[in-house]
Design a binder for this molecule. Structure first.
Ligand code: GLC
Length: 570
């Protein structure tokens, strides 16, 4: 098997985000590597995902887990070599898996040779690669993103007696995109990795590329211009690739990143994510229906990236103050659980390890419009460690088995890049791939089943979304429709059993078929369809028309069956 070439593959794909260092250590030095990841490709194939998203794996001082890049053209030595990377890509493609990686355009590490050179003197050739100022009073309207660590977007360079600009950590100076040489340099980085076989990029922090006085320095027209040009260059040379934007913005501000289908292929839907969690606390469909109704249509060749958790904090920038308080109160009861404007916890602990809630959120992840992105370890319900600094608590080693270090590495425990989770609830002794593979009812096997089911229907990746009004606001009910496919999804957001009547007037004479087991439910008739859902329950159905004749026969059979039951109960 190998990659099936079709240019909008990303619309039907399931993505899987992972860190090379965290996945599998083949050298037993305590740090995961490309060869280790290659060994685990069959696991990912078996899970059913289509595309792996690699977090930054380039040489870096690792002060921001690799998002502080010191060399764009290499692999961080503990993770292996460029050759290992190529071997990994080949092995992935052989299995029909695609691979994208982070492209960090906005900034470099202060250890990058460009910055080191720029620091030497104001006359340095690389000086203009970064943004300098005599005062720290410029661009005052730009917000600070890492509020836990930074107090200004400017830092002082002692050597050259000027400030340099940075939207993230002070050790991550922003590149100056006004400089055409910077633009070219970053395009070359893109070509380099695509030539080695990469299938695209998750483009980091794209709203911040340019600065302009009197603005908040986000989403500027010049930024879009550069990105459109980048896309053009990609399309000219490489068909079949994907660019996915990290633009943590409101839907109307994300929309321009799709352009007319000529900027990004995909962008994450940041505002939807916290609202999925909100809907569980409030036991209400409103947070979701509201944000989806504010979500503009996107061009035909574009797609949303949906996610529940990722390697960062669960960001609460795209919610109201009231909603943020609500989220903190429910999901970050200890101050340690907070980080910047968000919550640094994994999916399972956020949901108190409640299997029903975990399934429900995944049910919505898999069925709302977009391509789902699963964060490594969440498919087995891994826990976190809030005692590790920054966002490291959600970046612990993957838990493969009950062996030493969770089967991640055979090194001495103290050598691990970070301790493996070992508490009684989420520790590798109880939460690991091997055990879950063996248990038919495990979360892992459930995930496999749902991914497989999702992949049978194009409507999930390509269909329209129509919310269906019901008589119960705790129920989120919607149709996904594409060509002949009519899918009906019903989610119970409540902690208690709920009954709901769904009006299916337009589908009289249709059969309802539950998607995972493919079993039939009674025909749709003139009266509303009545469902009872268990706490945090969900159903996925397809609606299939039956011919007039078949409809009558089915109805007769149904009536007969009803009589039979009556006889038995009498
Ligand atoms: C993105 C990454 C985050 C990183 C930041 C700065 O938001 O997701 O992990 O710290 O960019 O590069």
């Amino acid at each position: 098997m190998s990659i099936d070439k079709h240019s909008d593959w990303y619309k039907d794909a399931v993505f899987y985000e992972l860190h090379v260092k965290a996945f599998y250590d083949s050298t037993n030095d305590g740090i995961g590597d490309f060869n280790g990841l290659t060994e685990k490709l069959d696991y990912l194939k078996d899970l059913g995902v289509d595309c792996i998203w690699l977090l930054p794996f380039y040489p870096s001082p690792q002060k921001d887990d690799g998002y502080d890049i010191a060399d764009y053209y290499n692999v961080n030595p503990p993770y292996g070599s460029v050759k290992d990377f190529q071997r990994f890509i080949k092995a992935a493609h052989k299995r029909g898996l695609r691979v994208i990686a982070d492209l960090v355009l906005n900034h470099t590490s202060d250890q990058h040779s460009w910055f080191q050179e720029a620091l030497l003197s104001k006359k340095s050739k690389k000086r203009d690669y970064y943004v300098w100022s005599k005062t720290d009073q410029r661009y005052k309207d730009a917000r600070i993103i890492f509020v836990d660590t930074e107090t200004s977007n400017w830092s002082w360079s002692q050597n050259t007696q000027e400030y340099y600009w940075h939207r993230f950590f002070s050790h991550q100076p922003d590149l100056n995109f006004e400089n055409p040489r910077v633009q070219k340099a970053m395009q070359r980085v893109m070509y380099f990795w695509l030539d080695l076989g990469l299938d695209g990029f998750r483009c980091d922090a794209v709203p911040y590329l340019f600065e302009e006085e009197g603005t908040n320095c986000e989403n500027l027209p010049k930024t879009h211009q550069f990105l459109k040009d980048l896309r053009k260059k990609l399309d000219n040379r490489y068909p079949d690739k994907v660019l996915l934007a990290e633009a943590n913005q409101w839907p109307e501000d994300v929309r321009p990143y799709f352009g007319d289908g000529d900027e990004f292929h995909m962008a994450f839907h940041f505002p939807l994510m916290p609202r999925l969690f909100m809907s569980l606390i409030k036991e209400s469909s409103k947070p979701i229906t509201e944000i989806m109704s504010q979500t503009p249509d996107i061009p035909e060749n574009c797609q949303w990236g949906l996610f529940l958790r990722n390697h960062d904090e669960l960001t609460l920038e795209m919610v109201t103050d009231e909603e943020r308080d609500y989220m903190y109160k429910e999901y970050a009861k200890e101050p340690r659980m907070r980080c910047n404007v968000g919550i640094r916890r994994r999916l399972a602990p956020l949901l108190d390890n409640d299997r029903d809630s975990i399934e429900l959120l995944n049910s919505m992840l898999f069925t709302l419009p977009g391509s789902p992105v699963i964060y490594y370890g969440d498919e087995i319900g891994m826990g976190d460690n809030i005692y590790l600094g920054d966002r490291n608590g959600v970046r612990t080693p993957m838990q493969w088995s009950i062996d030493r270090n969770g089967g991640f590495s055979r090194c001495d425990y103290s050598l691990l890049y970070q301790p493996v989770i070992a508490d009684p609830v989420y520790g590798y002794q109880s939460v690991n791939v091997e055990a879950q593979n063996r248990t038919p009812s495990s979360l892992l096997n459930w995930m496999k089943k749902m991914i497989k089911t999702r992949k049978k229907y194009k409507a999930f990746g390509r269909g329209t979304l129509e919310f269906q009004k019901t008589n119960n606001s705790k129920i989120l009910c919607y149709f996904r429709k594409y060509q002949e496919e009519i899918i009906l999804i019903i989610n119970n957001l409540s902690k208690t059993v709920q009954a709901v009547e769904v009006k299916l007037d337009d589908y009289r004479g249709f059969r309802l078929i539950e998607l995972t087991a493919e079993n039939d439910l009674p025909l749709v008739e003139d009266k509303p369809y009545f469902f009872t859902l268990p706490p945090r329950g969900y159903y996925w159905f397809k609606l299939v028309p039956v011919t007039e004749e078949a409809y009558e026969t089915l109805q007769e059979m149904q009536t007969e069956a009803e009589h039979e039951t009556e006889k038995v109960t009498n």
